[in-house]
Design a protein around this ligand. Sequence first.
Ligand code: PEP
Length: 254
Amino acid sequence: MRRKIVAGNWKMNGSQGLVEDLVGYVRSQVSSLDNGVEAVIIPPALYVRDVQSLAGEQVAVGVQNVARWEAGAYTGEVSAAMARDCGCRYSLVGHSERRQLFGETDAVVAEKVVQLLSQDLIAIVCVGETLAEREAGQAQEVVAAQVKKGLAGVSGSAWRNIVVAYEPVWAIGTGKTATADDAQTMHRSIRDVLEALGAPADEISLLYGGSVKADNAAALFAGPDVDGGLIGGASLVAKDFMSICQAMPADAES
Ligand code: PEP
């Protein structure tokens, strides 16, 4: 059975004040989440310990990135083992901002996935096409290549720790979203790619990300291959984040 997940990526935003507000609000609302969704809070690494008190059956904590190395002289980096040691269950990998601003290639993504799997952490592997690639009719091909290369080191039971987030680059932080049909079509195509890789494709959660808000989440989450969302800006507003979590249908195909 696929997990339903709504993950909030704070990016490089937040403060102690925001953490306190958000933790208080999520704690007060989490028991009303009755659709089986797991809310994953992904703050900047410095705040991971501050949101950890929320972790439980319905809430998990993650990091936005880990190093591709295990440990050692890599100033400024955080390892998968440290994320696990601090109570994280998830990590993003290959977010488009990491790819565009930090030169993260598919090969680097694959190395990070291997590090995460070695710590029994769940990798949320982000993929997505640029506007130019979509306009050139290459969206599915680009995304398929990212999935294949980024997951090159995964096999056997490790697939249970893989989640794929489809995030069209042109939709991230822009207020534009894929249509619900386009999101569903791409998710179906990703599931086909996973199947061809020998993965238990029907058990892998696929998330949509890109300007998901409280008022469009239900429509975007309606597709049978959409198992939740990866939320940026709206995850910084506790009420909006919880509304998006509630928008996941309880009876989704899973
Ligand atoms: C993201 O950062 O992954 C994201 C989807 O951002 P936003 O929701 O702000 O578009």
